[in-house]
Design a protein around this ligand. Sequence first.
Ligand code: ZN
Length: 156
Amino acid sequence: MEERIDSVEGIRQWTGSIPLHYEYTAGVAGERFLRGLAQGKIQAGYCANCKEASLPLRIYCIKCYGGVERSVLVRSAGKVAALTKTQFGQGGERLGEPVAFAYITFEGVTGGLVHRVADGVRVGSSVRPRFKPKRKRTGSILDIEFFERDLRPRTS
Ligand SMILES: [Zn+2]
């Protein structure tokens, strides 16, 4: 007697799980950047060929593709170039309070950083990083708690 095998064409999904584990490294430039944050410093890459500082810190220049051997400290105040708020976390969970994120640029530096910003920050606001206390820093982008309005008087 012949056994009948049902076609699998009707099966569109089945539920299961595959145990996978990932570990990502920050890479050479990312590690240098994160170690700087642990010291309360924002470092930009500096291309000697283009004579230009850029963020995020990379091991190569995105203009000339040459190696970026040096980093420079970002000392200027940031400026909010774009701003958004979200009510959802990375896992899609609803947050208690909306969180504001901004794309922050720095004078003399190409590119910028995306980070949380404090209430009251607007597009065009001058901002500076609020770092965690040194003993609580771990070499993470979250060593900067957020950027807040820079109310220091202009020195020019
Ligand atoms: Zn370059």
